[in-house]
Design a protein around this ligand. Structure first.
Ligand code: GUN
Ligand code: FE
Length: 445
């Protein structure tokens, strides 16, 4: 319906394409032709003209032909960029002690822009190489370092949401005053928008209710509403945290109600975890259009809880997957896919009536589900004509790679690759039509 002039076709890719659509969890289009136009959008996706079937097909060539496929880039709906610096080294405390002992001291160091530059470059490269074409980042309370994260994502060509973290309540001095949070959030938004990075957007980011006063939450809700911005935070991750929120906000009916009261639940909100939400709270998510980021590695690593994704989906709440580095010890969305399946199966072990998620469903959550959760599904998430070409070219069996042998059973090729593969299998990554892996090192200043 848009009256946009048609851009010229710049590239055509031929191969097997796998993606999720509005109506299917996993659609596999074999031997297709996908066109990308000069502005990086999918211009067409067609079955290639049928060739005459050759007799005596050599098995080796059949194997080679099915050893590659394209899939949509994965969407990490929740990751803390500064925490990448200590991933895997702080796995022995529950959430609230973990924050005080490890997280806040490390995040304090991001006042140092040189240190921030080093860590942020590594996290952007690592996640891109592992197939994260869109990342929704928490930075730290430091505005300039948060702006630097936006620049680095832009330089490497990653689609990113970046949040300057707000907290005006903390035992340590890793915090700002309410007024500083408000002023610096406005400066962060204005300066990031002013850079006009095409793929990077600011997110209003109250860390979570326990580290924010009601005043601050209200001000951030107003800023988000006025500028029609995304919002991210944490919710109901751990039982001690839920108890603390009850004590700090006695007037609210529930944890969800705290955010709702301050206008922080919108269709552009993504809340991490939600392990302990009640059905009533999930209904409030569904009514407001707010979404959840499921972070299974973190939920297990910090002994926080097991989110019942099946129940979330039954409540028609949008849900994507997140790595939650460094609560989660892996920055790879491949890991998030596996942990999501594991967690769901644990719930089935505990209760045989629980209907475990299928691989196809989880593939959808890692791609289209994440796009929906970030209010991006008109732009990314699958290979629908008109969307940006955010894609991975996966080679199931590259020389020297982690997969030695795979049966050439097309419907299962994706499952085999995502369960057993790693970044060596992700041979090319595209964001908005541009090849971003292998890296093009950003131009010198
Ligand atoms: N809740 C508030 N801050 C954090 C954080 O940095 N990580 C996790 N996992 N939960 C949080
Ligand atoms: Fe988190």
């Amino acid at each position: 319906a848009l009256n946009r002039p048609r851009a010229k076709i710049a590239h055509v890719y031929r191969g097997t394409f796998m993606h999720s659509t509005q109506d299917t969890t996993l659609e596999i289009i074999e031997d297709a032709l996908l066109g990308v136009d000069t502005v990086g959008k999918v211009s067409h996706l067609l079955h290639s003209p049928k060739k005459k079937k050759k007799k005596n097909v050599n098995d080796f060539h059949a194997l080679l032909r099915c050893s590659e496929f394209f899939m949509p880039g994965m969407v990490d709906t929740h990751i803390h960029a500064p925490q990448y610096s200590y991933t895997g080294t702080a796995m022995d405390l529950p959430l609230l002690q973990w924050l005080n002992t490890y997280t806040f001291p490390v995040e304090s160091r991001f006042k140092d822009l040189k240190f921030a530059h080093r860590v942020y470059t590594e996290v952007v490269k690592r996640t891109l190489k592992n197939g994260t074409t869109t990342a929704c980042y928490f930075a730290t309370i430091h505005t300039d370092a948060s702006l630097l994260l936006g620049k680095i994502a832009n330089d490497f060509g990653q689609r990113a949401f970046v949040g300057k973290v707000c907290m005006d309540r903390n035992k340590s001095d890793y915090k700002e005053t309410t007024q500083e949070c408000q002023k610096e959030t406005c400066r962060f938004i204005a300066e990031l928008l002013n850079k006009k990075y095409p793929l990077v957007k600011p997110v209003v980011t109250p860390r979570f209710a326990p580290s924010c006063t009601g005043d601050l939450l209200g001000q951030l809700g107003a800023i988000a509403r006025k500028n029609n911005l995304h919002i991210q935070s944490h919710i109901s991750e751990n039982v001690d945290e839920v108890k603390l929120v009850k004590e700090l906000f006695p007037e609210s009916k529930s944890y969800t109600d705290v955010y709702h009261k301050y206008n922080l639940l919108t269709d552009k909100t993504v809340m991490a975890h939600g392990c302990h939400l009640t059905d009533e709270e999930l209904t409030l998510f569904s009514e407001t259009g707010a979404s959840l980021s499921h972070c299974p590695n973190s939920n297990i690593s910090l002994c926080s809880g097991l989110l019942n994704v099946r129940n979330v989906l039954k409540h028609k709440v949008k849900l994507g997957l997140g790595t939650d580095v460094a609560g989660g010890y892996s920055a790879s969305m491949l890991d998030a896919v596996r942990r999501t399946l594991d967690t769901s199966k644990v719930l089935t072990i505990q209760n045989p009536k629980h209907q475990a998620l299928t691989f196809d469903e989880v593939f959808r959550l890692a791609t289209l589900g994440g796009s929906q959760a970030l209010f991006l599904d008109d732009q990314t998430g699958n290979f629908e004509v008109g969307k940006d070409f955010d894609a991975l070219r996966v080679n199931v069996a590259p020389p020297g790679g982690p997969i030695d042998l795979i049966l050439c059973d097309k419907p299962k090729v994706g499952s085999g690759a995502l369960y057993k593969g790693d970044d060596r299998n992700i041979v090319e990554v595209f964001v908005a039509g541009r090849k971003v892996v292998p890296f093009m090192e950003p131009a010198a200043e």
